[in-house]
Design a protein around this ligand. Structure first.
Ligand code: PMP
Length: 403
């Protein structure tokens, strides 16, 4: 007889990497300091692998928001929002988010992943979902949990999306669902293209703004504001785990849709409410997002410099328009070696391989924070140059002219 645990016992993909000293995952950080330099296994390194884009995770105001919330409401809510878990603080955050995002209503959920899973409640048997192939796993899983037909279009390929929309049953309910900033390569979705096709085919648009809320747009309302297309997006989802320096997620849109998801979304109903600390931190971060646009400007400038610097060195950095900077490597083992040697050179990044990397081509994802200094960015670029040349990922340095 087979044992369901057999597959785990024979699974050892991490072992050879650990033996070779190039295992890039699960390394504990023992000190976070002010967030831009951390201590990993005794070594102080620049953190260029965090989603803390605005540098608020260690901001005294955000920490104080979390502490105040714990003092007032305790360590946890001990239940779901529907039953005993709702605190006035959740309602305050939902109200503040609806005003910030100029939407009728908002709902906060324990994580961004669960927020997206709640979308399954919208997807009935007579509906068709059109999804970008690079969508985040949480959107993919939401569609798998729902009962709608699933049509995946090639990444950013509006002609493909149009063909799929045209081929669908005209009577079916239609929903286009996409990341607004793709999480691995940092590129923006073609929102003008999506909005145009949605209008032509009577489809609703749901946009996962996990990476761009707080970051893009004049007021930080994300890619819809950046493109001037807020009215064309029916429902926005997001997370507090990036620019908002906390943990949790949000849905914002028409009041009746939010009310439905509040009562029907299974990942909302059957899970404990966001903790007071997480809500308090998110509220404090929202204050900063509203008042300090210079943080967005700073990190976008840093990202542009990082892109230009890496490109000038000969790296392939894709089409990112955000502080998420992909450095394409291709081969998985080479990518892990690159990650390990960058760490040894004092820079913490993230290694992405299948199934997270698009097309299975391994890449290093560097990400930047508003509080990184220019000197830290230079050190990151120097490390990429030295290690990239040593490993043959980029061409050797040009001769100096004296030899
Ligand atoms: N959507 C996208 C596009 C993401 O990148 C992420 C996080 N990696 C999530 C959703 C999930 O958010 P959370 O970390 O809050 O669960």
């Amino acid at each position: 007889m087979k044992d369901v645990f057999d597959k785990c016992r024979s699974w050892d993909r991490d072992r050879p990497l650990k033996e070779a000293g190039i295992y890039p995952f699960n390394h504990p950080i023992t000190e976070v300091g002010e967030g831009t330099e951390v201590v990993v296994e005794g070594r102080r390194v620049i953190m260029a692998g965090s989603n803390d884009y605005l540098g608020l995770s260690t901001d005294p105001r955000v920490k104080a928001g979390a502490i105040r919330a714990v003092e007032r409401f305790g360590a946890t809510c001990s239940g779901s929002r529907l039953l005993n878990g709702t605190r006035s603080l959740h309602e305050e955050l939902e109200h503040r988010l609806a005003v910030f995002l100029r939407r009728e209503a908002a709902l906060v959920v324990s994580t961004g992943f669960q927020t997206n899973l709640a979308l399954a409640a919208l997807l009935g048997p007579h509906d068709v979902v059109f999804a970008d192939r690079h969508n985040h796993a949480s959107l993919v899983d939401a569609v798998l949990l729902g009962s709608a037909a699933h049509r995946r279009y090639r990444h950013g390929d509006m002609a493909h999306l149009e063909r799929l929309l045209t081929a669908a049953d005209p009577a079916a309910g239609k929903l286009i669902i996409t990341d607004s900033v793709f999480s691995v390569e940092g590129d923006l979705c073609d929102l003008p293209g999506v909005a145009k096709l949605a209008a032509e085919h009577g489809a609703r648009v749901v946009l996962d703004c996990a990476h761009d809320l707080g970051l893009l747009g004049a007021h930080g309302r994300g890619a819809p504001e950046h493109y001037g297309l807020e009215a064309e997006v029916d429902l926005v989802t997001g997370t507090f785990s990036k620019s908002f320096a906390s943990l949790g997620g949000l849905l914002a849109g028409p009041a009746d849709i939010i009310n439905y998801l509040r009562h029907v979304g299974r990942s909302v109903l059957f899970s404990a409410a966001m903790t007071p600390a997480a809500v308090g931190a998110a509220l404090a971060a929202l204050d900063v997002v509203e008042r300090e646009p210079e943080r967005r400007w700073r990190v976008l400038d840093l990202a542009e410099e990082a892109h230009n610097g890496l490109r000038a060195l000969g790296f392939d950095t894709g089409r990112s328009a955000t502080p998420v900077v992909p450095v394409r490597v291709g081969d998985e083992t080479l990518c892990f070696r690159f990650w390990a040697e960058l760490l040894a050179a004092g820079v913490f990044t993230n290694a992405f391989t299948a199934p997270a990397a698009p097309g299975g081509a391994a890449l290093i994802r560097a990400s930047f924070t508003a509080t990184h200094t220019d000197a830290q960015l230079d050190r990151v670029l120097d490390a990429f140059a030295t290690v990239g040349r040593r490993l043959g990922i980029i061409p050797p340095a040009p001769p100096t002219g004296y030899d």
